[in-house]
Ligand binder design. Sequence first.
Ligand code: ADP
Ligand code: F6P
Length: 329
Amino acid sequence: MAQFTKQLKKIAVYTSGGDAPGMNAALRAVVRTARGHQLEVLGILQGYIGMLEDIVKPLSVRDMANIIQRGGTILKTGRCPEFQKAEFRAKAVETLKKHEIDALVCIGGDGSFRGALSLWKEHQIPITGVPGTIDNDIFGTDLTVGFDTAVNTALFAIDKIRDTADSHDRVFIVEVMGRNSGFIATYAGLAGGAEEIFTSDGNTTVDKAVDRIREAQKNGKRSSIIITSEGQKPGRAYDLAESLRKKSGLDAKVAILGHQQRGGAPTATDRILASRMGAMAVDGLMNGVCNVMIGIEKGSLVQVPFDVATGTEKKNDPELISLSYRLAK
Ligand code: ADP
Ligand code: F6P
């Protein structure tokens, strides 16, 4: 954690990386908390793109009306590969200086926090972060804003797929998002009663999946759901289906859930998390705290230095996968 002494008058907030349900709720909390502290608030549009291209607008308390329930981000977001280069970050700092921005709140994933960390190290811009990503792949927080909604969206689809799988006695492979992490697969798998869960860390194999399905069939089970994370080792869902067919003759249908997992109204859990984290991100700045992400551990908010959050791998919970296997009989 770092400290700064500057008296704050004006802060800016931006959303960055993949959008996540609850980003708007976090934004609302940031703006309204900051206005409560008499701070002026600017919104930077499209994440680091807006910081580079000077796309900035004032945000009022009223601008935050009716957004707590909306998915996506009203500030827009973006991926901005140039921001990984110091010369572009220096250009972004010119935008911040031009608008006399004293500090920033970044709502985004670990990539966004890497950018924030560099802004602090290179230019001493005070920043706090709210972890907003459906992937839940950020170290130092039990939950990221958007994860709970994404899991529920995936589950909604899995439940429907189970109906048709059951009617036809079929095997389904359902591919969920999560880039290189398996949290959505694990949680949606356990909650959806999956027979097999492939995550990106090579936790299982096609042979093991076949064994588990055959075992379940011996017990009279005639349909199966395999959940796979998009980044898992043997390949994407269609590769997995092909491999399953070659090894066992099992014919699996494939459903790729894709970007629907990123949209939709945030769950109560995500709205509450976003509200708490957004408020603390501003309160932290008011107390001179910066270069930290606001996380949640065992129900309490914590401040996690950006270098710890971005430099440490968050491990999936293998016990949840084992439990899924034990229960899907
Ligand atoms: P997320 O924030 O959801 O992880 P990305 O990984 O796409 O999404 O990161 C969002 C943005 O953060 C990138 O488009 C880029 O502008 C910036 N960023 C990512 N990695 C770095 C890095 N190592 N250094 C500086 N900026 C970065
Ligand atoms: O980080 C969120 C996420 O949805 C990942 O799960 C996924 O791999 C990636 O973003 C997709 O990114 P894009 O929408 O840019 O294709």
